[in-house]
Ligand binder design. Structure first.
Ligand code: SF4
Length: 408
């Protein structure tokens, strides 16, 4: 989401003649887009700000702007700690950020361009909604990004078309809960259908999904529209109904499992990935075992596992964080080990198979591409290949998160 927001901001600023540079010494303004989902992300931002402030002492003309979720949550605190910050713009104000930065830097619109510099990248991200209404008890997002709001589908389609004209072959539609997208009569499945109709667009991905809102319309369009990739990220978080309830996830493990079965029956080659939190307040060994058994039996295509830590303002922050850190680490390591084992088994079975991949990068005669299920593949190529082309490859070797193949 932040990569997408930063890209949009960069595009708007480019119409005023701004361009992205790669080192502080070349910059007139530093814009730090922040994340609050985990404490570690906030600590990283604080330490980066410390470095930029030091730089500003020697280079007083540089402007520092902090935007995003951390700016929303800790704006005053950031101002107090770092006196030299010029502008703080919270996540809810992100759509007005460009204008504020233009004013701060006195950018002139004398030679304003009609169109922003659209990066000609093969894969582009497009936000289709803002905020979240779900209030999962561990999550800070609704407090920093505000209430859920679906964006106008006409704007989304224009943005996608422009990206495709500039070379994009794959578009990833983004939202905290894309399944609840609704703008006038347009739901998420109908939006996907419209995006898929864009000529020269090869692939569509989307994230993230909430099991409580995943419906048949979406599953069917995944099964029938060849442009929609057969990958879905469906965060499970826990397989214990007691913990799911305490997390305010609004589904049971049985409902989650029902969705997995439906996805696998309707889309036989679907890859399902997930998120898991271990060590949530009052997670017993039995609750953890339930989650571990679910991981073993569902056999996800991949998963992210997080150790629970309380986030300010959330309901879970009022609960007693009673699973000791050592125990959280142990549970985290067990899930990770199991997941790695399953991943190796899944990718090993792909050896010998033919996969359609989209070329994302070519360097030193090696193609970097991705399968429809989202796995990265490296392919040695002797002749010229075009970025953004879909080709068939034969998988020759597999590692946990990497495949190696040859061109057919
Ligand atoms: S669905 Fe839950 S976890 Fe996801 S952003 Fe919303 S509140 Fe957070």
């Amino acid at each position: 989401m932040n990569v997408c927001d930063s890209g949009m901001l960069g595009s708007t600023l480019s119409t005023y003649g701004a361009s992205q540079v790669n080192s502080l010494s070349d910059a007139d303004v530093v814009i730090l887009n922040t994340c609050s989902v985990r404490e570690q992300a906030e600590q990283k931002a604080f330490s980066y700000l410390g470095r930029v402030e030091e730089f500003k002492q020697q280079n007083p003309f540089i402007k520092i702007v902090v935007i995003g979720c951390m700016a929303e949550r800790l704006g005053q605190k950031i101002k107090k700690r770092f006196n030299n910050i010029d502008l703080i713009i919270g996540a809810r104000e992100i759509d007005n950020a460009a204008l504020k930065i233009i004013n701060l830097c006195s950018m002139s619109d004398v030679s304003k361009k009609d169109q922003p510099d659209i990066k000609s990248e093969i894969i582009r991200y497009v936000s289709i909604m803002r905020g979240c209404d779900n209030y999962c008890s561990y999550c800070v997002v609704p407090f920093v990004r505000g209430r859920e709001k679906s964006l106008d589908y006409k704007t989304i389609l224009n943005e996608c078309s422009l990206m495709v004209k500039n070379g994009a072959k794959e578009i990833m539609l983004l939202g905290q809960n894309v399944n609840s997208y609704q703008y006038e009569n347009m739901n998420f499945a109908s939006l996907i259908k419209k995006v898929a109709a864009i000529e020269n667009l090869e692939r569509i991905r989307f994230m993230t999904n909430h099991p409580k809102d995943l419906n048949d319309d979406l599953i069917n369009i995944m099964a029938t529209n060849p442009k929609v990739c057969s990958h879905i990220h469906l965060p499970m978080q826990s397989a214990s109904d007691k913990i799911l309830k305490a997390m305010n996830r609004k589904y049971t493990y049985e409902r989650y499992l029902g969705l997995i079965n439906k996805l696998r029956i309707t889309i036989p080659d679907v890859s399902i990935t997930t998120d898991i939190i271990v060590g949530f307040p009052y997670e017993t060994e039995k609750d953890f075992e339930d989650t571990l058994n679910a991981v073993k039996s569902i056999r996800f295509g991949g998963l992210y596992v997080f150790r629970y830590s309380p986030r300010p303002n959330t309901r879970a922050a009022d609960m007693i964080d009673n699973v000791p850190l050592e125990e959280k680490k142990r549970r985290h390591a067990i899930i990770l080990e199991e997941s790695n084992k399953i991943s190796i088994e899944i990718v090993s079975k792909m050896v010998g198979s033919t996969q359609q991949v989209l070329i994302e990068k070519i360097e030193n005669d090696v193609i970097e591409a991705r399968t429809r299920s989202g796995r990265k593949v490296f392919v040695e190529c002797g002749k010229e290949y075009e970025l953004g082309k879909q080709i068939n490859v034969n998988i020759k070797e597999a590692k946990i998160n990497l495949l190696f193949g040859g061109i057919i």
